[in-house]
Design a protein around this ligand. Structure first.
Ligand code: GAR
Length: 217
């Protein structure tokens, strides 16, 4: 199998980027992260990429008059690398449909909730306010509608009575670092296909997202 090329987009800490870098290095995932792109110049994830010897780019969205112009500039940089997979790892920008359609079937995102619950922002706060008993994260294909693409894998955490946003978010991050590399591995191994917004794994229609629970939660 040919080595797959991945481009990762970040906006911040990049702990999910790190989990994917580590998984490629330790779990024999036949892939190379060829570039990390951030819309924030001070994103810590850029340091992680530098330490791992990965090329980085900063494309500051505030320098563009419209979303469309920003996305066009982003596409130009991404396409230089001819990636097989584009991974959004805490990339906090809404993307235009032109961008999303350009990478259809190879653009994935991790979202900190059990989709379709809590699309958008402040997911941990909203889950706590609702008295949710479980929460988690979802890896999904990106489609033009925000956080609405088909879900490949979910990681579940139990919400404790004593949880606050910080403690809950820490456990969601733990499960994210398990499920995101697994999702990347499935794509790298050509085991996943998106057809008409439906996911097929090894040619079988995926009725329900794969689910993982955080151990010793
Ligand atoms: C993650 O929790 C991810 O689910 C979330 O941002 C965090 C990034 O953490 N993404 C979104 O909210 C996208 N809508 P990281 O920078 O440490 O990987």
């Amino acid at each position: 199998m040919l080595n797959k090329h991945i481009v990762v987009l970040i906006s911040g800490n990049g702990s999910n980027l790190q989990a994917i870098i580590d998984a490629i290095n330790t779990h024999n995932i036949k892939a190379t992260i060829t570039a990390v792109i951030s819309n924030q110049a001070n994103a810590y994830g850029l340091k992680r990429a530098n330490l791992a010897g990965i090329e980085t780019h900063i494309i500051d969205h505030t320098h563009y008059a419209t979303r469309k112009l920003f996305d066009q500039s982003l596409m130009k940089v991404i396409d230089q690398y001819h990636p097989d997979i584009i991974v959004l790892a805490g990339f906090m920008r809404i993307l235009t449909s032109d961008f999303v359609m350009h990478y259809s079937g190879k653009l994935i995102n991790i979202h900190p909730s059990l989709l379709p619950l809590y699309r958008g922002l402040n997911t941990h706060k909203r889950a706590l306010e609702d008295g949710a008993t479980q929460h988690g994260a979802s890896v999904h294909f990106v489609t033009p509608e925000l956080d609405a693409g088909a879900v490949l894998i979910q990681g579940l955490v139990v919400v404790k009575k004593s949880d606050n946003e910080k403690t809950l978010s820490n456990r969601v991050h733990q499960i994210e670092h398990i499920i995101y590399p697994q999702a990347v591995k499935l794509l790298v191994n050509n085991q996943v296909e998106l057809k008409a917004n439906r996911i097929y794994i090894n040619n079988q229609y995926l009725q329900q997202p794969k689910q993982y629970r955080l151990e010793n939660n």
